[in-house]
Design a protein around this ligand. Structure first.
Ligand code: PEP
Ligand code: MG
Length: 829
């Protein structure tokens, strides 16, 4: 006769596969269903008796009158809460009826403190009952049918023997006694033997193969437990179980206070510190970014001709700068106005006129006049004035470019060199990258600027915000760029060079090894599935990502289609771009982020009024919602991608659930209009503290959440990601940012939503164990890092990642977290 087990909780029923704990996901304790709770009271799933109730109040097991044993484990790692937030309403041995309240718990408090709220409901005596039907992937109310069990014929499992019992005592090292997870491990070990195995605690005795029986022993840390074995392989079985019980089974609680950590490695002589903008190692000669010289004729072709040429060139350059000044604001506009003044500067004009009158060409005359001024400024020794020299050189070049027809972007660096520059524009970086430099070092710049993002995307190691010490590095000086530790060694000793060469060789070997396993799915060493996706801007990125083994794209930066042009891309153009990316990743999810314009990503054709503080103004989804035509066009283009559903939609810069609702409503409206039956997932980016703190609310209505650590860092730390003055502090490893990430993961996974990370931190090898430990189950990295990320995750267990993340959360600074991460990595070499 079948037995119906009803749901002990209101919530969302899902398979055990989605439980981020191998003990449950791998059915070590038995088969069943998991529930993401929405209610706070666990009720009896059948008529029966309470067999165990853990002291911590987080787990209870019952035996039905038919003999089925079921364990209900509220949340993961909740034994650590030591009962806080749980109120048991029954006692062991009590008879209960279906629907009777068993445990009440504080849903919010437990969600905040537990690794996850997901609640496995497990049939622990699978020998006796098989599950014939179960409810999964659906909302479920308490007392609604969850599983149907059918009794199975018990098989004779153990062999007869001479009846001799051997036994051995062992003191428990498990910090929380034998709770569900260790019980499952003991049961699993016991099932590898034929012998009967029992554990005794005082006057209680339980079968080692029965989770429920082991829980019922009520053991604690330090208890002396006796293991008994009887049967053919009793000796081996006894030894195995005793050995297991003598360990902490990986549960050793991390020290309450993090061990004192070495601070960030001190710099040695010849080293300059910088901020890691794109991780990696590079070795090569310094190549100071120099603009190509613009050659000018010495002699002119007559005064009038040269005067007219100079006048025309000045008019042209003036018009261009004036147009630029009109569309710019803040400091950029101020610089443009200063340049306009220089073009008409009477001193410069007088100096040029003098030379033209002496028979020189307009170009020669202009250069001479500019350099007179530069010499005069240098002679003052006034540092503030000397900074203006760059402006003069800029104006010199713009005019000479116009006069001679020489293009301006003529900087050249040798392949394999390390580019040393004050700062770079994204357009400059793109043209430099074609020359195959080994790395980038900037005096200024920020680690989350778009130059940094581009470097990371290209796998080009980069240090930024190095400061004035970089100015002293002469062209061709040998350099060791360590964008793992965050420093640059100038003119290294042979020993330093040898050590660095060895590290490079090791890194290359690691990359090769990573490539070998690139195509395989990624799991932690203890079996938790972690999806490794790639961040993309173009179809070329998608092709590279596919070759690296990316399991999808966690972020298509669609705004790259919208920038650097005069009009928005049409629906057809967008559709073609998204379709090409989807085609390059067949069968894999592609998450397209809606237009993220504003802040440091302006588009001239999207009018945004002047803002004092653009990062806190019209950005991301705020802009898109204010431009409904643009938004509709983009959503239509995404919905047209085939197969429908492969492309998911992600909303940038979400600060409130209302933004999600508006986008969702538009998606649904357009889907109806376009006759698309297949649902399309809509997720949110967590880039604002508001989104992180309300991740539970967002998770109820979003299909997924993805953390944008670049913006989250700038908003949590109140440090502009593009401001060189604060660049050294903009590190996503700051404990405040990590705590926000941990909180987001806890709140959202408790509501049954997966959380990914698509910001720069997911491409930082040092950060991966922490992100996994905090609860992220999807990482979207730069394409070139995908295979390596898989390799790193495969070498980790979730248990050790969690313990490591716990320590990181206790650190006092980003530098301490990085020191901790280095120490963690060292122990694994
Ligand atoms: C982020 O902010 O982390 C992100 C992924 O978005 P952006 O394109 O702004 O870097
Ligand atoms: Mg962002």
């Amino acid at each position: 006769m079948s037995l119906i087990i009803t749901s002990p909780l209101r919530g969302w029923a899902t398979t055990l596969d989605s439980v981020p704990d191998p003990v449950f996901a791998q059915r070590m304790m038995g088969d069943g269903v998991a529930i993401q709770p929405l209610g706070d009271t666990v009720v009896a799933p059948f008529d029966g008796e309470v067999v165990t109730l853990h002291d911590a109040g987080h787990a209870i097991s019952l035996r039905s009158v038919e003999g089925a044993e079921v364990l209900i484990h509220i949340g993961l790692d909740t034994v650590m809460l030591k009962g806080e937030g749980f109120t048991p309403l029954v006692a062991i041995g009590q008879t209960v009826l279906r629907g009777d309240p068993l445990i009440q718990f504080d849903l919010d408090a437990v969600a905040l403190s537990a690794a996850s709220l997901i609640t496995p409901v497990i049939v622990t005596n699978a020998d006796a009952f098989a599950i014939s039907r179960r409810a999964t992937d659906c909302a479920i109310g308490a007392c609604e049918a969850l599983m149907t069990l059918l009794p199975v014929q018990a098989e004779a499992r153990r062999r007869s023997d001479d009846g001799t019992v051997i036994e051995q005592a062992v003191t428990l090292s498990l910090p929380h006694g034998i709770h569900a997870r260790p019980a499952a491990r003991i049961g699993e070990a016991a099932r590898g033997f034929q012998a009967e195995l029992h554990l005794l605690n005082g006057d209680k005795r339980g079968d080692a193969r029965s989770t429920v029986a082991l829980l019922a022993l009520g053991t604690r840390f330090g208890d002396d437990v006796v293991v008994q074995a009887r049967g053919d392989d009793a000796e081996a079985a006894l030894a195995a179980i005793v050995a297991l019980l003598a360990t902490d089974m990986g549960e050793g609680a991390p020290a309450a206070v993090a061990a004192p950590l070495a601070s960030a490695a001190p710099l040695r002589a010849g080293q300059i510190g910088g901020v890691i903008a794109s991780p990696g190692l590079a070795m090569g000669p310094a190549a100071r970014l120099k603009q190509a010289e613009i050659a000018v004729a010495h002699d002119g072709a007559g005064d009038d001709h040269e005067r007219a040429a100079l006048l025309a060139a000045r008019q042209d350059v003036r018009a261009r700068i004036a147009a630029h000044a009109d569309s710019a604001d803040g400091s950029v506009a101020a610089v443009m106005h200063a340049h306009l003044a220089l073009i008409d500067d009477p001193e410069l004009l007088a100096g040029a006129e003098q030379r033209i009158a002496a028979g020189r060409s307009a170009g020669f005359a202009w250069r001479g006049a500019i350099h007179d001024q530069i010499d005069a400024i240098r002679a003052t020794g006034n540092a503030h004035l000397i900074e203006r020299i760059d402006d003069l050189i800029d104006i010199e070049r713009q005019l000479l470019s116009k006069l001679t027809g020489t293009p301006l972007n003529g900087a050249a660096v040798p392949a394999g060199a390390i580019v040393v520059a004050d700062d770079l524009l994204p357009s400059q970086l793109v043209s430099l990258a074609a020359m195959k430099p080994a790395g980038i070092c900037l005096t200024r710049g920020g680690p989350t600027s778009h130059v940094a993002i581009l470097c990371a995307g290209m796998g080009l190691p980069a240090l930024v915000a190095i400061g004035e010490a970089l100015d002293a590095v002469a062209d061709s000086t040998p350099l060791l760029l360590d964008a793992e530790m965050g420093h640059l060694t100038v003119a290294p000793s042979p020993a330093d060079t040898d050590a660095f060469t060895a590290r490079l060789a090791k890194r290359d070997a690691r990359r090769e090894a990573a490539k070998a396993g690139a195509a395989n799915a990624c799991h932690t060493a203890d079996g938790t599935r972690i999806e490794i996706f790639a961040n993309l801007g173009t179809v070329d990125d998608a092709v590279l990502a596919a070759a690296q083994g990316a399991e999808g794209s966690g972020l298509v930066r669609s705004e790259f289609l919208f920038l650097d042009r005069d009009t928005a891309p049409s629906e057809d153009e967008q559709h073609a771009a998204y379709q090409a990316i989807a085609d390059a990743l067949p069968g894999k999810p592609v998450i397209v982020r809606l237009l993220d314009i504003g802040g440091d990503k302006p588009a001239t054709y999207i009018p945004i009024a002047h803002e004092e503080n653009p990062s806190l103004g019209q950005r991301g989804i705020r802009v898109a919602l204010a431009q409904p035509d643009l938004l509709e066009t983009q959503i239509r283009a995404i919905l047209r991608v085939e197969p429908v559903g492969q492309c998911k939609i992600m909303i940038p810069m979400v600060a409130s659930i209302d933004e999600l609702r508006q986008v969702r409503a538009l998606v649904e409206q357009l889907r109806a209009e376009m006759g698309i039956a297949t649902p399309v997932e809509v997720g949110v980016m967590v880039e604002t503290p508001a989104a992180a703190m309300t991740a539970d609310l967002l998770a109820v209505e979003a299909d997924f959440l993805s953390i944008g650590t670049n913006d989250l860092t700038q908003y949590v730390l109140a440090m502009d990601r593009g401001n060189p003055a604060v660049a050294a502090g903009v590190d996503a490893m700051h404990p405040a940012v990590l705590r926000m990430i941990g909180k987001t993961c806890r709140l959202a996974t408790a509501r049954g939503r997966w959380v990914g990370v698509c910001g720069g931190l997911a491409s930082d090898p040092a950060a991966l164990p922490i992100l996994i430990g905090l609860g992220a189950t999807e990482l979207s990295a730069v394409p070139g890092f995908v295979a390596e990320a898989k390799q790193i995750i495969r070498g980790l267990t979730l248990t050790e990642a969690r313990a490591h993340a716990d320590l990181a959360l206790q650190c006092k600074s980003a530098a301490e977290v990085r020191a901790l991460a280095r120490a963690f990595e060292e122990t694994r070499r």
